[in-house]
Design a binder for this molecule. Structure first.
Ligand code: ADP
Length: 616
């Protein structure tokens, strides 16, 4: 039996886990030895435990600087549910409430106190902290320190000064999921970390399945996908408020239990819709990228992007909101060439009022490089995971065999002749029609619309009648990306001529075409129907208990813990404690209810199936 004062015993007792994940133990040991550290670990890797366990072991209190109120509230709820005393101070608390927290902290009630960075702008808070025995200052989401990142928070810059003013320098630990070399250096310098140990477990999120679907029938794709993934929580990201509202309507019409979120809604509506999703009252949320920062919901099983985001950084962050619990989850990006037009438009109209005049050109240049990489991601036929990892500076491994591209077969074809006919057709339209008319015309479609507008009389009409629509669409998309064609961003987007020099050269014009899908994406690891029924039953029980406590269901137990429960079928408290994610406090609180449900389920199913009770 381990000593209860060892990190591994605390992990088991409070969090219910048997082993540390990659990087956790070394970060914890570094901190316990009194050293500063910077840990770069992907979302869902388990950064919180890395500072919470030392915080529990240190004599004094740990102050965690966390950028978002909802995040800190969630963390405190999760800690309390594991019977760890923690508190937070933010602008939502009244002066009286803050005074009460201060008094409790001074009395030694808490081991961990979360504060927003803006609290550091408050002189009284500095004075108060000087009276405390602070063992550690933890900086969560430390990339907010860097102007290079998109989440820069000026108040973060005060942290080093705050630490210096304390009577005794505490350990400083910093955590982030997104650190490029520039951001990493910024964090170390601006926090004035002393010989920090840097732990980087890489960017890979092995439980996420990535896919890109080139389609113009995006609404249908989304509805079909959701109907095939019933009862799963999912986020649909759109580039604009208008699209959010459009997709939301489509889902409601299809009788899907959805809500929506964008900056145009009133504060109260936003809060209500967000809570409906977090508390599992709604399965789906359709949102702009305003949604997500500060959302800790761990049981999001899929993220679909209706539009391509502006950068791989944005995409990885948004898609990364899937599967935080480590269970299998899917990230799908729906791509059409129209997305390039929308994003170029959004970038051209970006607000630069906060950017110093002399930096505007550089920022614009970087924006366009980021967009280019994003477009490449949508068009590559190689491993999508490798593309992302390479982008973040990690070495390529073999193909992941767990992304849409690794599941597909492609063939490369020289489509120069076809490309020339596309150009001819666009020239004949004199830039008046969009991609659909061009494709239909080239394929010689018999439609009254084509007769009305006269494209049936073009020379190009029917010249590519043997090509599939998908192949022609892929070709035209590539021609747009390569600048041979230009797609306008007017309401009725049309195709115009671009620079066609490339087609005049001797080289072939290679286009990669999808031939077939080899493998299906893996689903979660509940294998047979009987298990799914039990899983569903336990989910409902979790929802009821969460409602009674006013808590998000994933804080009661994560999906991963429910899956383990289904697979282990515990029938005693000891067996229940063996389930990953069940610590002592939760076993005492919820054990009877869950064990009762499992026992009853196995009794009923063995009655029905005339099987032995132990077959659960
Ligand atoms: P991050 O902050 O890195 O995104 P979290 O700290 O929120 O990740 O942890 C993500 C999930 O992983 C949580 O459900 C957490 O309880 C779980 N987790 C953390 N450490 C372990 C571990 N050693 N074993 C199993 N699950 C873990």
């Amino acid at each position: 039996m381990n000593n209860i004062n060892e990190p591994i015993s605390i992990l088991k007792k409070y969090y219910g886990y048997d082993d540390f994940r990659e990087g956790q133990e070394s970060v914890i040991n570094t901190i316990l030895e009194g050293n500063d550290c910077l840990a770069i670990m992907p979302t869902g890797a388990g950064k919180s435990i890395c500072y919470q366990i030392p915080a529990l072991m240190f004599d004094g209190i740990t102050i965690v600087i966390s950028p978002l109120i909802s995040l800190m509230q969630d963390q405190v709820k999760a800690l309390k549910s594991a019977q760890i005393e923690a508190c937070y101070i933010n602008s939502y608390l009244t002066d009286l409430e803050i005074a009460k927290v201060f008094a409790d902290v001074s009395a030694g009630k808490y081991k961990i106190m979360y504060v927003s960075p803006e609290r550091l702008d408050n002189v009284k808070f500095w004075e108060y902290c000087r009276s405390l025995n602070i063992s550690m200052v933890t900086v969560d989401e430390a990339h907010c320190l860097s102007q290079w990142g998109q989440d820069f928070r000026p108040s973060y810059l005060r942290i080093s000064e705050f630490v210096k003013r304390l009577p005794k320098r505490p350990v400083v630990s910093a955590f982030t999921a997104t650190a490029t070399a520039a951001v990493k250096n910024d964090i170390i310098e601006r926090l004035e970390l002393i010989n920090p140990q840097i732990t980087s477990t890489g960017y890979d999120r092995t439980n996420l399945y990535y896919r890109v679907e080139a389609t113009t029938k995006k609404e249908k794709y989304i509805v079909d996908y959701i109907l095939q993934h019933q009862n799963q929580a999912g986020i649909i990201y759109c580039a604009t408020r208008k699209n959010v509202e459009k997709i939301y309507e489509v889902l409601i019409k299809a009788d899907i239990n959805a809500t929506m979120y964008h900056a145009g809604l009133s504060n109260s509506n936003r809060k209500k819709n967000q809570d409906d999703f977090i508390y599992d009252r709604k399965d789906i949320i359709v949102a702009t990228n305003a949604f997500g920062m500060g959302i800790d919901k761990s049981n999001v099983r899929f993220v679909i992007h209706y539009n391509m985001p502006q950068s791989i950084e944005n995409y990885y962050q948004e898609a990364g909101r899937a599967g935080r619990d480590g269970e299998e989850a899917e990230c799908t990006l729906l791509f059409s060439s129209q997305d390039i037009v929308i994003n170029k438009f959004l970038l051209e109209n970006k607000d630069f009022s906060n950017v110093p005049h002399e930096d505007v050109e550089l920022v614009k240049h970087n924006d366009s490089l980021r967009l280019k990489a994003m477009i490449e991601y949508c068009q590559t036929t190689s491993c999508l995971r490798n593309y992302i990892l390479t982008y973040f500076g990690e070495n390529k491994k073999g193909n992941c065999n767990k992304c849409g591209n690794c599941s597909r077969e492609y063939k490369v074809a020289d489509m120069k002749e076809q490309a020339k006919w596309v150009i001819n057709c666009v020239a004949e339209t004199k830039g008046s029609y969009g991609i659909n008319v061009v494709i239909k015309t080239l394929r010689g479609a018999r439609s009254s619309k084509l007769i009305d507008i006269g494209t049936v009389n073009y020379k190009s009409y029917g010249q590519l009648k043997d090509e599939t629509e998908v192949n022609l669409r892929t070709l035209i998309n590539q021609m747009i990306c390569d600048g041979l064609l230009v797609q306008t961003d007017s309401k009725y987007s049309v195709l115009r001529m671009g620079n066609i020099d490339r087609l005049k050269q001797a080289e072939p014009y290679n286009v990669k075409q999808c031939q077939s899908v080899k493998k299906k994406a893996p689903s979660n690891n509940i294998k047979d129907k009987k298990d799914e029924t039990l899983f569903d039953l336990l989910r409902k029980l979790r929802l009821r208990l969460a409602k009674e406590e006013g808590m998000p269901p994933y804080i009661v137990f994560s999906d991963k813990t429910l899956v383990d429960m289904v697979n282990k079928c515990p029938k005693t408290i000891d067996e229940f404690l063996d389930v990953s994610g069940v610590g002592q406090a939760k076993a005492e609180k919820y054990g009877d209810e869950f064990i009762g449900a499992i026992v009853e389920y196995s009794r009923n199913s063995s009655k029905n199936m005339n099987l032995h009770e132990n077959d659960c």
